[in-house]
Design a protein around this ligand. Structure first.
Ligand SMILES: C[S@@+](CC[C@H](N)C(=O)[O-])C[C@H]1O[C@@H](n2cnc3c(N)ncnc32)[C@H](O)[C@@H]1O
Length: 344
């Protein structure tokens, strides 16, 4: 018989566990604020809780409890007479503003959410909780439910707000004439790049269900220099560009799938063309330290075949596809870095 020596539990660590669960409860409140468009309502000025309840057709006392929890965490601000105001943190939940987190919150808290309660399934079977729960893979799910897919696309566009400035400030796109953004979604990154490189042309490449929205979102001033292309990066990608970008693509896929995508890039690239993988990188020296990439990896574990990688893991798939790793460029956020590769 095995005798297990149990360690005493220190109360402060029981409390730390309680605090971690608090993150979940708070996220539930963030979801409600997003669903009820609280940030949009407060954008026109502070509101009493009774007015907010009337506007959202809610139960005043219950809504107050949610708003109190949120303002306690710095999201919105409560003044003495149960009046709430928008602040910078709460403003990140507004609808249809650049950089909004609202749609991504709804993605994580709706279709992704049950997967986070089913991680043991992933761990014990090596399979994907999202598929266990929904009966199909994530991309197939978004094709079957276009409205949910559209919200996911807006979520990606909004979250790009975290890094676009860092990408533009830390990488010189001016030398490139033709730029293809592979899996470019609604195109916000290519729009930003083109607005900073007056002589470049851009192509947003993605699947048909996404591109039908993307094409309508090309800003008037870029219509001459920005176009779209439809296809799967498992078949081919547009040929002949001098720069290819892939933001939040490689982390969605297993090593073998990534090598297939990267080989298709290799085949489309002229000699000397560059490819930028823009993804989170788990630092080698982060043992026992928190890092956003380690948490984002749990999204991959719950929903996709992919994973977050260390730089050596990226180098391995890059080399397997025949490309050369050039350099790692930090852009000022843990959520992303630029890995520059080249076809020699
Ligand atoms: C995580 S999103 C990233 C979108 C965008 N690059 C960004 O950073 O906001 C992944 C993108 O890959 C696209 N995608 C998925 N499978 C694809 C495929 N087989 N071929 C082309 N694009 C694909 C999705 O439609 C989606 O736009």
């Amino acid at each position: 018989m095995i005798t297990i020596e149990k360690q005493p539990v220190k109360p402060e660590f029981t409390f730390k566990m309680f605090e971690i669960l608090g993150g979940l409860w708070l996220t539930g409140c963030v979801k409600t604020a997003a669903e009820l468009n609280i940030a949009d309502l407060l954008a026109s000025g502070p509101m009493t809780i009774s007015k907010l309840a009337e506007e959202t057709q809610s139960h005043e006392i219950q809504l107050y409890r949610v708003m109190r929890a949120l303002s306690g965490a710095g999201i919105f601000e409560e003044s003495e007479n149960r009046t709430f105001a928008l602040n910078d943190f709460g403003a990140a939940l507004q609808t249809n503003v650049p950089g909004t987190a609202k749609n991504f919150v709804l993605t994580i808290m709706n279709e992704h959410f049950p997967g986070y309660g089913d991680l043991t399934y992933a761990v014990q079977t090596g399979k994907i909780p999202f598929e266990h729960i929904h009966g199909k893979d994530l991309w197939g799910f978004y094709k079957e439910y276009p409205e949910i897919g559209e919200n996911f696309g807006k979520g990606m566009t909004g979250m790009s707000g975290m890094e676009l400035k860092g990408i533009i400030e830390n990488y010189d796109f001016k030398p490139y004439h033709k730029i293809v953004d592979i899996g470019g979604g609604n195109g916000v990154m290519i729009h930003t790049i083109l607005n900073n490189t007056p002589d470049s042309f851009g192509i947003i490449f993605d699947e048909a269900n996404v591109i039908e929205k993307t094409v309508k979102m090309i800003p008037e001033n870029l219509k001459e220099r920005c176009s779209v292309a439809i296809g799967s990066f498992f078949d081919r990608v547009p040929e002949g560009a001098d720069l290819y970008t892939m933001k939040w693509i490689i982390h969605d896929w297993s090593d073998d799938e990534c090598v297939q995508i990267l080989k298709n890039c290799y085949n489309a690239m002229p000699k000397g063309a560059k490819l930028l993988i823009i993804d989170a990188v788990i630092p080698d020296d982060s043992l026992n330290k928190p890092h956003m990439a380690k948490l984002l990896d749990i999204v991959m574990l719950a929903c996709l075949t992919g994973k977050e990688r260390t730089l050596s893991e990226f180098k391995m798939i890059i080399e397997r596809a025949g490309l050369q790793f050039n350099r790692l460029v930090h852009i000022g956020t843990e959520a992303k870095s630029i890995i520059e590769c080249e076809k020699l």
